[in-house]
Write a protein that binds this ligand. Structure first.
Ligand SMILES: CC(C)(COP(=O)(O)OP(=O)(O)OC[C@H]1O[C@@H](n2cnc3c(N)ncnc32)[C@H](O)[C@@H]1OP(=O)(O)O)[C@@H](O)C(=O)NCCC(=O)NCCS
Length: 203
């Protein structure tokens, strides 16, 4: 199997037709869909999923890249991720990144952090985009904290923008620019080099 993006804990690979069974389970899970899409009552048939991802399955470029997140140690699919290049400007400058670990046993192990970093590498260092966006509803603390940990800044709060569970919720839009991403990367690479040097120098 071809690995598209590879980290220490996870790999991101292309979505295959066989993955639709797992995707069907994840996208009919109330908790996952509340957190991932602000849409707890989301129900979707396999046929509808196949239609939604038809272009990706056929390799037709739609401006959206869909990945399956696999746990590296077991090669088990644990979630999905997307990069959605903004089309409305008719210029390739920005993309939304999104991810969801559909297997809840995969939460809190650093997989989300690593997946997001792999997506950002792709957005900035391969697609050469200028800006990444991260959208979530304001009470999704884990998502907001993860985005901030990666350097995203809160840029907008769309008041009462989504409705679910019998009330409105704010949407939070976070943004990260290429130069911010690169300076965070440079700082982490420098501190990693220092750690390696002191490790090598220790008796
Ligand atoms: C959000 C999600 C991708 C995070 O992935 P994860 O692998 O569980 O998270 P990680 O172990 O990488 O931790 C990421 C960060 O989240 C934050 N975090 C984790 N638990 C938290 C909590 N209870 N409260 C606040 N922040 C929390 C921390 O900043 C953490 O980093 P740290 O451990 O270095 O402090 C995952 O939980 C998920 O798929 N949830 C359901 C779908 C979803 O919400 N998707 C995002 C929609 S935009």
């Amino acid at each position: 199997m071809i690995v598209l993006l590879s980290g220490m804990l996870v790999v991101l690979r292309a979505l295959e037709r066989e993955d639709l069974t797992a995707m069907h389970k994840w996208q009919n899970d109330e908790e996952i869909m509340r957190l991932a899409r602000s849409f707890p009552d989301h129900v979707i048939s396999k046929e509808a999923l196949e239609a939604e991802f038809a272009k990706e399955l056929k390799g037709e470029d739609t401006g959206r890249r869909a990945y399956i997140i696999e746990e590296k140690s077991t090669r088990k699919p644990v979630g999905w991720a997307t990069i959605r290049i903004h089309q409305f400007q008719r210029k390739m400058t920005a993309a939304d990144v999104g991810l969801a670990l559909g297997e809840k046993t995969a939460w809190n192990k650093g997989y989300g952090t690593e997946t997001a970093r792999l997506l950002l590498d792709e957005v900035f260092r391969q697609l050469n985009l200028h800006r990444a966006e991260w959208w979530t509803f304001s009470e999704n603390n884990v998502s907001v904290q993860l985005a901030k940990k990666l350097g995203f800044k809160e840029e907008a709060r769309l008041r009462d923008a989504v409705f679910f569970d019998n009330r409105y919720h704010d949407l939070v839009v976070l943004g990260l620019l290429k130069q911010e991403f690169e300076s965070i990367r440079a700082a982490s690479e420098t501190s990693r080099d220092k750690t390696t040097v002191s490790y090598l120098q220790s008796p």
